[in-house]
Ligand binder design. Sequence first.
Ligand SMILES: [Zn+2]
Length: 466
Amino acid sequence: MRIKFLGAIAEVTGSKCLITTKSNKKLLLDCGMYQGKGLETDSMNRDLGFDPAQIDIVLLSHAHIDHSGLIPYICKNGFKGKIYCTHATRDLCSIMLPDSGNIQESDIRDFNKKQDRKGLPPREPIYTARDAFASLRFFVSMPLDLEIVIEEGVKVVFTNTGHILGGAAINLTITEDGTDKHLCYTGDIGRYNKHLLSNPSPFPQADYIITESTYGDRKHEEVKSAEAKLGMIVQNTCIKKLGKLLIPAFAIGRCQEIIYSLNSLKKANKLPDVPIFVDSPLAVSATDIFRLHTECFKEDVLDIIRTQKDPFGFDNLHYVRTKEDSKRLNTYNRPCIIMSASGMMEAGRIKHHLANNIEDRKTTILVAGYCASRTLGRKIVDGEKIVSIYGNKYKVNADVEEIEALSGHGDYEEMYRYLSCQEKTKVKEIFLVHGEPPAQKVYKHYLQDNGYEKVSIPFKGEEVEL
Ligand SMILES: [Zn+2]
C-alpha cells in the first residue's frame, strides 16, 4: 500500500491522508478543512490533490471541521463511496457540517460584495448547508471496538481517543500478498482525567502509526489547576475589572468541558455570581447529542446525564440561540462570561463579541484551545496590538489569557502515554502530522529518545510505500 500525506502537514488544520492499496482501492483518512481566512486558504480547500470520484471509502476520526469539513465538498464533486465513523461522530456531523455550510455561504456573500465593488466576478461557496445535508446519506456509523470488513482485504476498528465525543483512532488491517499490515491513524488525542469523556483507550498493535503532534513541545497543567486558574480569571475580570470575559471555544466538546469546569467551581463556591452566556446555537443542539451517547462518558458523569434534565445547565447559565438575543448581548453592560464559537476566532458569533469588546480594557479574552497560524486567535495570542475583524481594524486593549490545559489535545507526555500500549520494537515507523514544525521536532526527538526507532515528519504531498 501507499500513503500520501495531503493535509495537516506541518500545520494543524486540513487533516487528510490518502491510502492506495495494491488492488488500487483508495481510502481517505479524514477529509478536513483548512481554517483561516483569505484566498490562500480558500484555494487550499478547493484544490484537494485527488479526484473525489476515485475515492472508494472515507474513514473519519472525529467531527471537528478541520477533520470532517470537506466531506460535503467531495460529495458535491463526485464521491460516491461510504464514510465510516463512530455513531457519535456521525450525529455530530449532522449538525456541524450544515453549520459549516452556512458559514461558507455567509463568508462568500461578504467576499462577493468586495468582488462586486472591484468589478470582479463572484465566487461560489465551497459548499452550502444543502450540500452538507446531502452528504449525510453516505455515512455508515459503527460502534467503538468492533472490527468490520470494509473492503476485500481491508478491516477497520475504531478505538476511543477521548478528544471529543465520538473521537476515535482508525485502526486498519490491510492484507496484501497474504501479509497483514496494521496501520493506526490516531486522529486527535485527548487529555487524561478530564471531567466528561473517558480517557483515551489502548489500541491494537500497529506496524505503522500516523499520529498528531499539536502539543509536541508542551506540558499542560493538570485539569484541576487549570480550573483554579479559570476561577481566578473570572474573579479578576468580572469582579475586579467589572468587565466581560470572552471565551472563544469550539461549540462542541470544548464548550461542554468548560461549562463543566465552571459548574464544579460553582459547586465549590469558587465562582462569583455572574451570568454565563453560551452564545452558540450549535452548543444547544449538541447537548441533545451528548445525551444520546453515554458510551463516551466517564462512569460518574453517567448518573448526572441520566438524572438531570440538562446535564450542562445550572443557575446563571444561559444558552443563546437566536441572532437577536446574541446581538442583545452587545448592549449588556454588566460583568459576565460569554462563551462562543469558533475557538480559533475565525468564524461564528465570537467575532462580533470581539469586535464589540476587544478595545475595552475591562475585557479579558481567554484562549482555551489551540489556535492555528494564520487565524485571528493566533494573532491575538501572539500579542498583535491591532487586528482586523470583519475588515475593520481594532486595537487590542483587552487582556489576553491562555489556559492550554483546557485544550482537547494532550501534551507530549499524554500523547506518549497514549502510545504506551504498543510494543515499541514492533512499530516500524511513526509519522507525525497535525502539528507545527517546532512542536514536531521536539516530539520526534522525544519519541526517538524513548525507544521508537523511526519517527518521520512527512512533507505535503509526500508518498510513502509500506
Ligand atoms: Zn479535533
